[in-house]
Ligand binder design. Structure first.
Ligand SMILES: N[C@@H](CCC(=O)N[C@@H](CS)C(=O)NCC(=O)O)C(=O)O
Length: 234
């Protein structure tokens, strides 16, 4: 790789690719952005699928390599450019927690994706499933509660301080409050304010612009729905 790599981020505004936008800003790397519109389906074209086989964002072009999956991109960038500061190397005391949080962000994002599909994507809202919404809202609450408990009094996800595990959460904590209010999670609310105050986060947010994906501030669970869903919450 060259000393100043050519970097292009394939990005959907305020989506999971925000994780990488923010990380690139934390790393102080130069990059350009290929913007994609999730509603237009351009990521399903064969040209893009050669970069990201599932037709998803992010994908990152770096010199002659292409990487897909935000967790893999996050680990690669942190390890390649600032392992000590933003990554946690093998055998480091926080290595396991670091890897866990990177994957946990995707567990939570998968639930958010279900809520996005049901509340926002469907052109015909009558096709939305109240049962799926109720179930996934409960599951999102569960992942937030787990994070609140593990965060404890720490400023960031790892006791020693900020890392690329935190940049993985940037999208999640942007999207989650549209479905679950953070009032019941004071540590998470403070953590969200803390990450949003970071200069690199603010630069990434400014580059992304005003979000236009959600057309209201909060999407409640429609009711009433089948009581049996409570048994499935998991
Ligand atoms: N596990 C993947 C998921 C990426 C993903 O699903 N991104 C969404 C945006 S948040 C996407 O591109 N969706 C396009 C689609 O579903 O058609 C990652 O973390 O990179």
């Amino acid at each position: 790789m060259s000393d100043t790599p050519e970097i292009r981020l394939h990005h959907v505004p305020w989506s999971r690719s925000f994780r990488i936008l923010w990380l690139l800003e934390e790393l102080g790397l130069d990059y350009d952005i290929a913007w994609h519109d999730i509603r237009k389906g351009d990521m399903q074209e064969p040209g893009y699928k050669a970069k990201s086989p599932a037709g998803r964002a992010p994908a990152l072009e770096i010199d002659d390599q292409v990487i897909f999956e935000s967790g893999a991109i996050t680990q690669y960038l942190a390890e390649t450019f600032r392992l000590g500061a933003l990554g946690r190397p093998p055998h480091a005391p926080e290595r396991i927690a670091y890897l866990q949080w990177i994957s946990y962000a995707e567990t939570m994002a998968g639930v958010i994706e279900q809520l996005n599909i049901n509340h926002v994507f469907l052109r015909d809202p009558s096709q939305a499933s109240p049962v799926v919404i109720k179930l996934n809202t409960a599951r999102l609450k569960g992942t937030l509660a787990g994070m609140e408990a593990l965060l404890g009094d720490q400023e960031y996800l790892l006791p020693s301080g900020f890392s690329a595990a935190d940049t993985m959460m940037g999208f999640n904590l942007f999207a989650a409050p549209y479905f679950v209010k953070l009032d019941a999670f004071p540590r998470l609310a403070a953590y969200k304010a803390r990450i949003e105050a970071r200069p690199a986060f603010r630069r990434a947010a400014a580059r992304d612009g005003v979000q236009t994906f959600y057309d209201r501030d909060f999407y409640p669970v429609p009711g009433p729905v089948d009581k049996n869903v409570d048994k499935l919450k998991g």
